[in-house]
Design a protein around this ligand. Structure first.
Ligand SMILES: [Zn+2]
Length: 269
Protein backbone atom coordinates (compact mmCIF):
# COMPACT_ATOMS: atom_id res chain seq x y z
CA UNK A 1 0.00 0.00 0.00
CA UNK A 2 1.37 3.43 -0.95
CA UNK A 3 0.69 6.45 1.26
CA UNK A 4 -2.37 8.44 0.17
CA UNK A 5 -1.71 11.75 -1.59
CA UNK A 6 -3.17 14.59 0.47
CA UNK A 7 -5.00 17.09 -1.72
CA UNK A 8 -5.21 20.74 -0.56
CA UNK A 9 -9.01 20.74 -0.98
CA UNK A 10 -10.94 17.57 -0.12
CA UNK A 11 -12.10 15.98 -3.36
CA UNK A 12 -15.73 14.83 -3.56
CA UNK A 13 -16.03 11.18 -2.67
CA UNK A 14 -16.78 9.14 -5.80
CA UNK A 15 -20.34 7.88 -6.05
CA UNK A 16 -19.42 4.23 -5.55
CA UNK A 17 -17.62 5.01 -2.29
CA UNK A 18 -20.28 7.34 -0.95
CA UNK A 19 -23.24 5.07 -1.70
CA UNK A 20 -23.76 1.56 -0.42
CA UNK A 21 -26.54 -0.96 -0.23
CA UNK A 22 -27.56 -3.10 2.73
CA UNK A 23 -30.37 -5.20 4.06
CA UNK A 24 -31.74 -3.99 7.42
CA UNK A 25 -34.45 -4.26 10.06
CA UNK A 26 -35.83 -1.05 11.60
CA UNK A 27 -35.45 -1.24 15.39
CA UNK A 28 -36.35 2.28 16.47
CA UNK A 29 -37.47 5.62 15.04
CA UNK A 30 -37.31 9.15 16.31
CA UNK A 31 -39.04 12.12 14.68
CA UNK A 32 -36.53 14.80 13.78
CA UNK A 33 -37.03 18.32 12.45
CA UNK A 34 -40.02 19.13 10.26
CA UNK A 35 -40.47 15.87 8.42
CA UNK A 36 -37.35 13.73 8.98
CA UNK A 37 -36.73 10.67 11.12
CA UNK A 38 -33.66 9.23 12.76
CA UNK A 39 -33.74 5.45 12.51
CA UNK A 40 -31.73 2.80 14.26
CA UNK A 41 -31.52 -0.32 12.12
CA UNK A 42 -29.75 -3.65 12.45
CA UNK A 43 -27.85 -4.99 9.43
CA UNK A 44 -26.10 -8.28 8.61
CA UNK A 45 -22.64 -6.84 7.85
CA UNK A 46 -22.54 -3.57 9.76
CA UNK A 47 -24.48 -4.40 12.91
CA UNK A 48 -26.42 -1.51 14.38
CA UNK A 49 -26.55 1.71 12.34
CA UNK A 50 -28.11 5.10 12.99
CA UNK A 51 -29.52 6.70 9.86
CA UNK A 52 -31.42 9.78 8.82
CA UNK A 53 -34.43 9.47 6.51
CA UNK A 54 -35.25 12.90 5.13
CA UNK A 55 -38.81 14.01 4.42
CA UNK A 56 -40.05 10.59 5.45
CA UNK A 57 -43.00 11.91 7.46
CA UNK A 58 -44.49 13.68 4.46
CA UNK A 59 -47.49 11.77 3.08
CA UNK A 60 -45.88 11.85 -0.36
CA UNK A 61 -42.62 10.24 0.81
CA UNK A 62 -41.69 7.19 -1.21
CA UNK A 63 -39.37 5.95 1.56
CA UNK A 64 -41.90 6.10 4.41
CA UNK A 65 -43.87 2.90 3.78
CA UNK A 66 -40.66 0.82 3.73
CA UNK A 67 -39.34 2.09 7.05
CA UNK A 68 -41.98 0.91 9.52
CA UNK A 69 -41.01 -0.78 12.80
CA UNK A 70 -39.62 -4.31 12.30
CA UNK A 71 -39.82 -4.14 8.50
CA UNK A 72 -37.05 -6.09 6.82
CA UNK A 73 -35.94 -3.83 4.01
CA UNK A 74 -33.28 -3.23 1.40
CA UNK A 75 -31.67 0.20 1.77
CA UNK A 76 -29.50 2.43 -0.38
CA UNK A 77 -27.44 4.65 1.89
CA UNK A 78 -25.17 7.63 1.43
CA UNK A 79 -22.32 8.02 3.89
CA UNK A 80 -22.57 11.15 6.00
CA UNK A 81 -20.41 12.95 8.52
CA UNK A 82 -22.44 11.71 11.51
CA UNK A 83 -25.37 9.73 10.20
CA UNK A 84 -25.68 7.98 6.87
CA UNK A 85 -28.69 9.06 4.81
CA UNK A 86 -31.36 6.76 3.39
CA UNK A 87 -31.59 7.49 -0.34
CA UNK A 88 -33.65 4.47 -1.38
CA UNK A 89 -35.69 1.74 0.32
CA UNK A 90 -37.69 -1.35 -0.61
CA UNK A 91 -39.67 -3.75 1.57
CA UNK A 92 -38.38 -7.33 1.72
CA UNK A 93 -40.73 -8.55 4.47
CA UNK A 94 -43.24 -6.26 6.23
CA UNK A 95 -43.95 -8.91 8.93
CA UNK A 96 -47.61 -7.99 8.62
CA UNK A 97 -48.76 -10.58 11.16
CA UNK A 98 -46.88 -8.63 13.85
CA UNK A 99 -48.92 -5.50 13.40
CA UNK A 100 -52.29 -7.03 14.22
CA UNK A 101 -51.05 -9.02 17.25
CA UNK A 102 -50.35 -6.90 20.31
CA UNK A 103 -48.61 -9.74 22.18
CA UNK A 104 -46.30 -10.50 19.26
CA UNK A 105 -45.61 -6.78 18.71
CA UNK A 106 -44.74 -6.36 22.40
CA UNK A 107 -42.31 -9.28 22.30
CA UNK A 108 -40.75 -7.95 19.07
CA UNK A 109 -40.24 -4.61 20.83
CA UNK A 110 -38.41 -6.42 23.65
CA UNK A 111 -36.17 -8.19 21.12
CA UNK A 112 -35.39 -4.85 19.45
CA UNK A 113 -34.64 -3.26 22.83
CA UNK A 114 -32.12 -6.00 23.66
CA UNK A 115 -30.26 -5.46 20.38
CA UNK A 116 -30.31 -1.70 20.88
CA UNK A 117 -28.87 -2.00 24.36
CA UNK A 118 -26.47 -4.92 24.05
CA UNK A 119 -24.80 -4.25 20.70
CA UNK A 120 -22.53 -1.42 19.65
CA UNK A 121 -22.78 0.66 16.49
CA UNK A 122 -21.14 -0.79 13.39
CA UNK A 123 -20.13 -4.02 15.06
CA UNK A 124 -20.85 -6.88 12.66
CA UNK A 125 -22.82 -9.79 14.09
CA UNK A 126 -24.35 -11.87 11.32
CA UNK A 127 -25.61 -14.46 13.79
CA UNK A 128 -27.55 -11.81 15.74
CA UNK A 129 -29.05 -10.54 12.47
CA UNK A 130 -30.18 -14.04 11.44
CA UNK A 131 -31.65 -14.52 14.89
CA UNK A 132 -33.54 -11.22 14.67
CA UNK A 133 -34.95 -11.92 11.21
CA UNK A 134 -35.87 -15.50 12.14
CA UNK A 135 -37.62 -14.41 15.34
CA UNK A 136 -39.61 -11.64 13.61
CA UNK A 137 -40.75 -14.13 10.98
CA UNK A 138 -41.94 -16.54 13.72
CA UNK A 139 -43.73 -13.72 15.60
CA UNK A 140 -45.46 -12.73 12.35
CA UNK A 141 -46.43 -16.37 11.72
CA UNK A 142 -48.13 -16.55 15.12
CA UNK A 143 -45.67 -18.93 16.82
CA UNK A 144 -45.84 -18.69 20.65
CA UNK A 145 -44.04 -15.40 21.38
CA UNK A 146 -42.93 -16.57 24.83
CA UNK A 147 -40.90 -19.48 23.40
CA UNK A 148 -39.58 -17.42 20.46
CA UNK A 149 -38.40 -14.69 22.83
CA UNK A 150 -36.64 -17.05 25.26
CA UNK A 151 -34.97 -18.70 22.24
CA UNK A 152 -33.88 -15.27 20.99
CA UNK A 153 -32.51 -14.28 24.41
CA UNK A 154 -30.51 -17.45 24.99
CA UNK A 155 -29.06 -17.41 21.47
CA UNK A 156 -28.34 -13.67 21.46
CA UNK A 157 -26.39 -14.18 24.70
CA UNK A 158 -24.38 -16.89 22.93
CA UNK A 159 -23.88 -14.70 19.83
CA UNK A 160 -22.48 -11.92 22.03
CA UNK A 161 -20.20 -14.28 23.96
CA UNK A 162 -22.27 -14.34 27.17
CA UNK A 163 -23.88 -17.76 27.00
CA UNK A 164 -25.02 -18.75 30.50
CA UNK A 165 -23.53 -21.93 31.98
CA UNK A 166 -26.44 -24.37 32.31
CA UNK A 167 -24.70 -27.63 33.15
CA UNK A 168 -22.05 -26.98 35.80
CA UNK A 169 -22.00 -25.02 39.04
CA UNK A 170 -20.48 -21.54 38.57
CA UNK A 171 -18.81 -21.97 41.97
CA UNK A 172 -17.34 -25.49 42.31
CA UNK A 173 -17.75 -26.46 38.62
CA UNK A 174 -19.35 -29.80 39.56
CA UNK A 175 -22.16 -31.00 37.22
CA UNK A 176 -25.50 -29.65 38.44
CA UNK A 177 -27.85 -32.22 40.00
CA UNK A 178 -31.61 -32.33 39.26
CA UNK A 179 -32.45 -30.26 42.35
CA UNK A 180 -33.36 -26.62 42.95
CA UNK A 181 -30.21 -24.66 42.06
CA UNK A 182 -29.81 -20.90 42.36
CA UNK A 183 -29.34 -18.71 39.28
CA UNK A 184 -26.79 -15.94 39.61
CA UNK A 185 -27.09 -13.10 37.05
CA UNK A 186 -23.72 -11.80 38.25
CA UNK A 187 -21.97 -15.11 37.49
CA UNK A 188 -24.05 -15.94 34.41
CA UNK A 189 -24.91 -19.41 35.67
CA UNK A 190 -26.16 -21.63 38.47
CA UNK A 191 -24.88 -22.21 41.97
CA UNK A 192 -25.37 -25.66 43.53
CA UNK A 193 -26.87 -25.91 47.06
CA UNK A 194 -23.35 -26.02 48.56
CA UNK A 195 -22.13 -22.88 46.74
CA UNK A 196 -25.46 -21.06 46.96
CA UNK A 197 -24.31 -18.64 49.67
CA UNK A 198 -21.41 -17.25 47.62
CA UNK A 199 -23.82 -14.86 45.84
CA UNK A 200 -26.60 -13.37 47.97
CA UNK A 201 -28.35 -12.02 44.85
CA UNK A 202 -28.72 -15.51 43.30
CA UNK A 203 -32.30 -16.81 43.30
CA UNK A 204 -33.67 -20.38 43.26
CA UNK A 205 -34.90 -21.89 40.02
CA UNK A 206 -37.11 -24.98 39.90
CA UNK A 207 -35.97 -28.22 38.28
CA UNK A 208 -38.61 -27.66 35.56
CA UNK A 209 -37.28 -24.18 34.73
CA UNK A 210 -33.72 -25.52 34.54
CA UNK A 211 -34.91 -28.35 32.26
CA UNK A 212 -36.66 -25.83 29.98
CA UNK A 213 -33.43 -23.86 29.54
CA UNK A 214 -31.37 -26.99 28.84
CA UNK A 215 -33.96 -28.30 26.36
CA UNK A 216 -33.94 -24.93 24.60
CA UNK A 217 -30.16 -25.01 24.48
CA UNK A 218 -29.76 -28.60 23.31
CA UNK A 219 -32.86 -29.20 21.19
CA UNK A 220 -33.87 -25.74 20.07
CA UNK A 221 -37.09 -23.83 19.71
CA UNK A 222 -39.31 -26.59 18.28
CA UNK A 223 -38.71 -28.75 21.37
CA UNK A 224 -39.74 -26.07 23.90
CA UNK A 225 -42.60 -24.65 21.80
CA UNK A 226 -44.41 -27.95 22.47
CA UNK A 227 -43.95 -27.79 26.27
CA UNK A 228 -46.84 -26.64 28.45
CA UNK A 229 -45.64 -23.52 30.29
CA UNK A 230 -47.74 -22.21 33.18
CA UNK A 231 -47.58 -18.71 34.59
CA UNK A 232 -45.26 -19.72 37.46
CA UNK A 233 -42.72 -21.24 35.08
CA UNK A 234 -42.97 -18.22 32.76
CA UNK A 235 -42.17 -15.91 35.67
CA UNK A 236 -39.16 -18.02 36.65
CA UNK A 237 -37.73 -18.14 33.12
CA UNK A 238 -38.30 -14.45 32.44
CA UNK A 239 -36.70 -13.71 35.82
CA UNK A 240 -33.59 -15.77 35.11
CA UNK A 241 -32.87 -14.65 31.54
CA UNK A 242 -34.16 -11.13 32.18
CA UNK A 243 -32.04 -10.77 35.32
CA UNK A 244 -28.92 -11.87 33.47
CA UNK A 245 -29.67 -9.56 30.50
CA UNK A 246 -30.29 -6.62 32.86
CA UNK A 247 -27.04 -7.32 34.62
CA UNK A 248 -25.17 -7.32 31.28
CA UNK A 249 -26.99 -4.24 29.99
CA UNK A 250 -25.98 -2.24 33.04
CA UNK A 251 -22.43 -3.47 32.73
CA UNK A 252 -22.37 -2.70 29.00
CA UNK A 253 -23.81 0.75 29.49
CA UNK A 254 -21.24 1.39 32.16
CA UNK A 255 -18.41 0.23 29.91
CA UNK A 256 -19.73 2.44 27.12
CA UNK A 257 -19.79 5.43 29.48
CA UNK A 258 -16.18 4.77 30.44
CA UNK A 259 -15.23 4.42 26.79
CA UNK A 260 -16.94 7.72 25.92
CA UNK A 261 -15.28 9.49 28.83
CA UNK A 262 -11.89 8.25 27.70
CA UNK A 263 -12.60 9.13 24.08
CA UNK A 264 -13.95 12.62 24.88
CA UNK A 265 -11.15 13.28 27.35
CA UNK A 266 -8.43 12.23 24.93
CA UNK A 267 -6.45 15.04 23.27
CA UNK A 268 -7.75 15.87 19.80
CA UNK A 269 -5.51 14.88 16.96
ZN1 LIG B 1 -21.11 -25.67 43.51
Amino acid sequence: MTAPVVAPVPAPIPLNERLYRTEAVVLSRLDYGEADRILTVFTPQRGKLRLIAKGVRKPTSRLGPHLEYFTRCGLMLARGRDLDTVTGAETLDPHLGLRSDLDAFGHASHVAELLLRLTEDRQENGRAYELLVGSLRLFADGVDPFAVTRHFELNLLAALGYKPELYRCAGCEEPLAAVVNAFSPRLGGFLCPLCRTTDASAFPLSVTAQKYLRTLDRQGLAAVARLPVGDGLKTELEGALGGYLRHLTERELHSLRVWHALKDGAPAG
